[in-house]
Design a protein around this ligand. Structure first.
Ligand code: AMP
Length: 213
């Protein structure tokens, strides 16, 4: 089962993916996390990607697809993949067809103002990448999973957040249309009061239903 999670940055893809990994034995591939890892390790790819990520604009499609395909080959994933943050352009969606049979696309439909609020409160563990949010988690201490330091991402600053949301709104309609035409698109409308567990319950319902078809 290969699932695409489609949502703006801060829309809750990471939290949903963490739960899916546990429940369905899937591999989670976040292109944003892969870029951050490459940038941290100063790899040739990281050096090329750094300025795009810092500005909150998309890294060129070919670079992104090559990185994703390499990551998929490296991971032994009998159960399948969850793609988080990919595709972000129609071209990426089209290129992906060559490599993966997409089982379903789950869109988390989150209003811009909710995304802004959630991103501003988002903290990550520097060590294991676990995600916390000061809107509902205690972020005053260390990571509860591994004891690592919690930090706020550079690109979660307000002007970069606005840039990322505007890219998403510009490009996402064509991606949704692409998957809708293939009958693969499912949408969860995320309300402001939803906690990650609430959103996940809707996602799980979709997967269970589709799995039985
Ligand atoms: P994310 O962690 O998903 O919010 O991604 C952080 C940043 O990584 C984005 O703002 C982009 O600069 C870059 N990025 C992540 N995924 C993609 C993608 N599929 N295509 C292009 N750039 C991406």
């Amino acid at each position: 089962m290969n699932i695409i999670l489609n949502a703006p940055s801060g829309g809750g893809k990471g939290s949903v993916a963490e739960k899916l990994v546990k429940d369905y034995n899937l591999c989670h591939i976040s292109t944003g996390a892969l870029f951050r890892e490459n940038i941290k390790n100063k790899t040739p790819l990281g050096i090329k990607a750094e300025s795009y990520v810092a500005k909150g604009v998309w890294v060129p499609d070919e670079l992104t697809v090559d990185m994703l395909v390499a990551a998929m080959k490296d991971l032994p994933c009998a159960g399948g993949f969850i793609l988080d943050g990919f595709p972000r352009t129609l071209k990426q969606a089209e290129l992906l067809e060559k490599y993966v049979d997409v089982s379903m696309v789950i869109q988390l439909d989150v209003a811009d103002d909710i995304v802004m609020k959630r991103l501003a409160g988002r903290f990550m563990c520097r060590h294991c990448g676990a995600i916390y949010n000061s809107n509902w988690d205690d972020v005053s201490g260390c990571c509860k999973a591994c004891g690592g330091e919690l930090y706020q991402r550079e690109d979660d600053k307000t002007d970069v957040i606005k840039q990322r949301i505007s890219n998403y709104n510009r490009d996402n309609g064509a991606i949704l249309e692409f998957y809708k035409n293939k009958n693969l698109l499912h949408t969860v409308k995320v309300k402001e009061e939803y906690l990650p567990a609430d959103t996940y319950a809707f996602v799980k319902e979709i997967i269970e239903k589709e799995g039985k078809k």
